[in-house]
Design a protein around this ligand. Structure first.
Ligand code: AMP
Ligand code: MG
Length: 359
């Protein structure tokens, strides 16, 4: 395999493998390759798929308590969905979004999730914007009735978007009138962490959660080997590459996950750049983040997708604590050095270039 190294204008080193790239991107896809060992007397995993938080989830659990644990895990997800749904009139978020500027007392877990989201909004310079909802709604992503709003409408709505305007009054949230929360960019990762905690408390040592494409693992496979998580090419439907993980999360954000095609023939994705109010269109096709906590992966995958390749690289260098795989719309795959040795392209993609981002 060909290999060469160069320094780009920003001064960092990239190691190139292979000859040429083709177009790709990717939600995570899962490979469950066999099972060995016999944890808790059970040789086969217990697995179920259900619909929650507006997506399909598949949980696969090994061990004696697998079936019971799965039931509890699903209940836990539904409990959190009940708190954070933007459409359920009984949810905390619905109450806050319809409070007319009055304080709303919320569950401790909502407080925790919102605090985390606000912290990450600050950390990412507002790329993650938990109050993006009014703009998202104008594009029709909340109802499925998609449309391209005109520029004045977007400008007007952007006046209602500002995470620094969210205030706390004891355990109550105070939103300025007209402002609305959407914790969709972090909720699934946070929920995954809660399920993992529950499973560990139940003594589960091996499980894999697919939360609408977010992958979160408890431990390794029963035989001790790493889980093999596939990253998918959204256009061909093929599997681009495989990343090996244990006790970690792999969360992908991309415009291809949810999008519509406007009358102008352009594709508009569901992740909004809070600086412009328009769907992100910065040359990135997807960002996958790998770290131990699902909530961090989830917040960062969305925020780094908004930032674009160069700012994402800069953010990684300044913050660390996570790895990432970025795919651009013009043939590039970029991986941080912590994953380069555990990420491999599938045979059909062997000719693609993998650029390694180094410190
Ligand atoms: P994810 O799939 O985790 O990247 O989250 C995307 C979802 O987060 C979208 O479907 C919206 O509900 C919401 N969202 C869109 N743009 C942003 C943004 N810039 N900051 C925070 N949430 C966003
Ligand atoms: Mg996210």
């Amino acid at each position: 395999m060909k290999r060469k190294t160069f320094h780009n204008a920003a001064g960092y080193k990239r190691v190139l493998w292979g000859l040429q790239a083709v177009f790709i991107a990717l939600p995570a896809v899962l490979f469950l390759t066999g099972c060995a060992g016999n944890p808790g007397g059970r040789t086969e995993p217990y697995s179920e798929t259900f619909f929650a938080m507006d997506t399909y989830m598949t949980f696969t659990i090994y061990g004696a308590k697998a079936e019971d644990s799965l039931k509890q895990a699903e209940d836990r997800i539904r409990e959190l969905e009940g708190l954070w749904s933007v459409t359920d009139i009984k949810s905390d978020i619905y109450a806050v979004n319809h409070s007319g500027g009055k304080p709303v007392a919320v569950d401790g877990e909502t407080e925790e999730l919102l605090s985390f989201a606000l912290e990450m909004a600050e950390e990412t310079g507002g790329a993650l914007e938990p109050t993006i909802y009014p703009v998202l709604a104008a594009w029709g992503f909340t109802t499925g009735e998609n449309r391209v709003p005109d520029r004045e409408e977007i400008e007007e709505l952007l006046n209602r978007v500002d995470y620094t305007g969210v205030r706390w009054d004891g355990g109550s949230i105070v939103l300025e009138e007209g402002s609305m929360l959407d914790l969709g960019a972090v909720g699934k990762g946070y929920a995954g962490d809660q399920v993992i905690q529950l499973l560990k408390e139940n003594g589960v040592t091996s499980a894999l959660l697919d939360i609408g494409g977010n992958i979160q693992a408890v431990g390794a496979k029963p035989d001790g080997s790493s889980w093999r998580v596939g990253l998918k090419d959204p256009f061909s439907g093929g599997v681009l590459g495989v990343i090996q993980v244990a006790d970690e999360a792999v969360v992908t954000s991309g415009s291809y996950e949810r999008y519509f095609t406007g009358k102008d023939g352009k594709r508009y994705g569901h992740i909004i750049d809070p600086a412009t109010g328009y769907p992100v269109d910065n040359g990135l096709a997807s960002v996958s983040v790998i770290a131990s906590e699902g909530k961090l992966c989830d917040a960062l995958s969305t925020a780094l997708f908004v930032m674009g390749l160069e700012d994402a690289e800069r953010y990684w260098r300044q913050n660390q604590g996570f790895d990432m795989i970025l795919v651009t719309v013009d043939e590039g795959i970029f991986v941080t050095e912590g994953v380069k040795d555990r990420f491999s392209l599938q045979s059909e993609y062997q000719d693609m270039t993998v650029n390694v981002i180094e410190k």
